[in-house]
Design a protein around this ligand. Sequence first.
Ligand code: F6P
Length: 349
Amino acid sequence: MAEVRRVGMLTGGGDAPGLNGVIRAVTTRCAQDYGYEVVGIKRGWKGLLSPEPDSVMDLGVEDVRYILQEGGTILGSSRTNPYKNEGDAEKVVKQMEEFGIDALVAIGGDDTLGVAKRLHDDFGTQVIGCPKTIDNDLSATDTTFGYDTAVTIATDAIDKLRTTAKSHERVVVVEVMGRHAGWITWGAGVASAANVTLIPEVEPDMDAIADLFKQRAERGEKWGLIAVSEGVVLSDDYITQSAERDEFGHVQLGGIGETLAKEVEERTGIETRHVVLGHLQRGGTPTAYDRILSTRYGLRAAEAVKNGEWGSMVALRGSEIVTVSLAEATDETKTVPEDLYEAARTFFG
Ligand code: F6P
């Protein structure tokens, strides 16, 4: 193992409340307790692939002391994929050398961590992963920071929408983030007692949904709330905002809320509106839970650097923070299991 003097850190993919908590904890432990130099790489893998004058920033304890409460990431982010074009991964490794970075903490979701794994496998890059996603869809960890904040925001939104839905006797469809996994929708649906919660894992039954709202109207409740994941498929494919794909091949989802609202109105005759929560779910200050989890992840990631646990990722298992291999971490998408979905479905009506 090459000696570590300088630790780099980057944040990739969609931002999540809690990223700054990890940055603060890694920096503080590495600089204050282990005596490493710490640098932040700006804009995810882009900062190494297409460096700009500000792509690297020194990080000291004083720089990160008060960032725990701040949403977003002080390092910025991108969806740059160094494995999209041949030769780019080599450029990333070379740039790390030029920046004098001996070890890297990569904070991200399956895309960012997938790149970290390949760099470790292909070039022996000394890398530690830290799981981040509001979507909570990484299988190797019980949960990710950002998820609790996103669920809290979506729950609050649905609670607010209920009062206006009731006043105007409308159904409101609330479109929530989540491509392949409905964790945020499921959590917010349960917590806000939505009348119907729809997730990508379970095919929606439009006849049953229409009947449910008709029955509600018959008993005098001509209003209701539907929480729906952006990745729910109504007919044969995702509803997207544009045909373009990002560097990891993802389409930009969006539109299911509007389509579903039209369908519900047509079938029930009840006025139906839709609201897209979108990036509000990723914005603002992290909840206390996410501040604590991100701090614990960051401290354990720093320890993993010190131990030379290269090619691993920090993860929550029960109440412990452990390390697992990046291979395990990026293996499969964690979806909402049937029995948990039941906790939402039981209260439909
Ligand atoms: O971080 C994942 C996610 O929140 C998905 O649920 C969503 O589809 C995506 O980000 C949208 O991100 P952006 O608009 O920033 O590409």
